[in-house]
Design a protein around this ligand. Structure first.
Ligand code: UD1
Length: 418
């Protein structure tokens, strides 16, 4: 198993490009199942989750070719399989995004249940009851969801909580349903909006994506399209926090400032200067870091996917702060590892109390999930001495060339076999 060896402290300085968003690319890839015409996607990030989703699509009868103009996907529905097997789904919960498109297109689908996950239970009950509202017959057997419907019918459905994947699955399914679907209490994440933009180019009739209520008028078939995946706000946010924690000065090429507002507002309050340039975003830390509390929430709240990184930053703030996690029930696994590096953080239910500032020292630490791994890398940048982050396959799921980008910014980071 590979590791990252990071020699701290480092001060990040320079410019790096931001990759396409993993969480926007995954549903866009799944959307290729909705048509037999070619769908071409550009700015796909080179990360493991994208490779996993591509393997799943190939299993489902999609041919893929990487060209100068992007990845071209073409779904040959007569040759199609309708099942997402456990071996693929267990490594990536987002595999469940093929359920809606397969069901709408083929009339049947069989997808392994994703099972537990390091950051919480993460059920898919909302995906399933939403599809039932559209007329699907859904059964759970032998660890698989089996769904069947000769044709889906438009309906009104209200999500019990905003779910990103659930909203995306339902938009895709409803695009090929007969009649109008109204989805309420939808996730408003930019990635949902980006998926709807692709579907609209394919011929779908969708209004309100990015808002709480989305209306979809079903059509009989969808066609091919070309689509650019939006920049990764979580990758960009991770490097903004990296610049802040290391007292640095970093410019992110291609970062979208508007999508990052919940983070950049906090970082400004903490004492960082953030400026927008043409096609980019620059962060400079001006002096001492001020402590600021956060509460994670669905978009436009503070993103849960940046909570761990922000907590690493707060260990360096001049005073105490609290971090409240409301989206997932078990997303504090980085706390024990941060404390091993010298942080003083106590957990009380969904609250973490961070006592800052505490000097951190390099240690051997274990990555437990994707964003927790990023948090440990950021902590290592401010720590004294060498930190070894183990199990970085978690990082590789969602960060493109992280060690190369950090090297470009002046950090001493190496990837080594474990
Ligand atoms: C997506 C993101 C993930 C991010 C999360 C929240 C992708 C590929 N992943 O995950 O990086 O952390 O949004 O911003 O886009 N829930 C249910 N029943 C359901 C569905 C969800 O109870 O049917 C709960 C979950 O357990 C969780 C909350 O709703 O507590 C939000 O989950 P959801 O928005 O669905 O997350 P994902 O789409 O899996």
């Amino acid at each position: 198993m590979e590791q990252l060896h990071i020699h701290g402290p480092a001060r990040l300085k320079g410019t790096i490009p931001i990759a396409g968003a993993k969480n926007a690319a995954l549903p866009a890839l799944a959307a290729s199942l909705l048509t037999d015409e070619p769908v071409t996607l550009t700015r796909l990030p080179q990360v493991r989750d994208i490779a996993t989703m591509t393997r799943l699509l190939v299993h489902l009868g999609v041919s893929t070719a990487d060209t100068a103009g992007g990845r071209v996907l073409r779904h040959d529905s007569p040759a199609s399989a309708d099942d997402a097997p456990y071996e693929l789904v267990k490594t990536m919960r987002a595999s469940v995004l093929v359920l809606g498109p397969l069901l709408a297109r083929l009339g049947h689908a069989r997808v392994s249940l994703p099972g537990g996950c390091a950051i919480g239970v993460r059920p898919i009950d909302q995906h399933l009851s939403g599809l039932e509202a559209l007329g699907a017959e859904v059964n759970l057997e032998h660890g698989y969801v089996s769904a069947r419907a000769d044709r889906l019918f438009g309906a009104r459905y209200r999500f019990a909580m905003p779910t990103v994947g659930g909203t995306e699955n339902l938009i895709m399914a409803a695009s090929l349903a007969r009649g109008t679907t109204v989805l309420e209490n939808c996730a408003r994440e930019p990635e949902v909006r980006n998926l709807a933009e692709l579907l609209i180019k394919m011929g779908a009739r969708i209004r309100g994506a990015g808002e709480e209520v989305i209306q979809i008028e079903g059509v009989d078939s969808l066609g091919g399209a070309e689509h650019e995946v939006l920049p990764d706000r979580i990758e960009a946010g991770t490097y903004l926090v990296g610049a802040a924690i290391s007292g640095g000065d970093v410019t992110l090429d291609g970062a979208n400032a508007a999508d990052l507002a919940p983070l950049t507002e906090k970082l400004t309050e903490c004492g960082c200067e953030i400026s927008e340039s043409v096609g980019g975003l620059r962060l400079r830390r001006l002096g001492e870091l001020k402590p600021r509390d956060i509460v994670t929430a669905p978009h436009p709240g503070f993103p849960t996917d940046l909570q761990a990184q922000y907590m690493a930053l707060m260990t360096q703030a001049d005073g105490g702060s609290t971090v409240c996690e409301t989206v997932f029930e078990n997303r504090f696994q980085h706390v024990a590892e941060l404390n091993r590096m010298g942080a003083e953080i106590e957990i009380d239910g969904s609250f973490a109390r961070v006592h800052g500032p505490t000097p951190l020292s390099g240690a051997k630490v274990m990555a437990t999930d994707l964003r927790a791994s990023a948090c440990l890398v950021l902590a290592a940048l401010t720590a004294d001495g060498k930190t070894i982050v183990d199990r970085i396959y978690h990082l590789d799921r969602g960060y493109e060339k992280m060690e190369l980008k950090l090297q470009t910014l002046g950090a001493r980071v190496e990837r080594r076999p474990g």
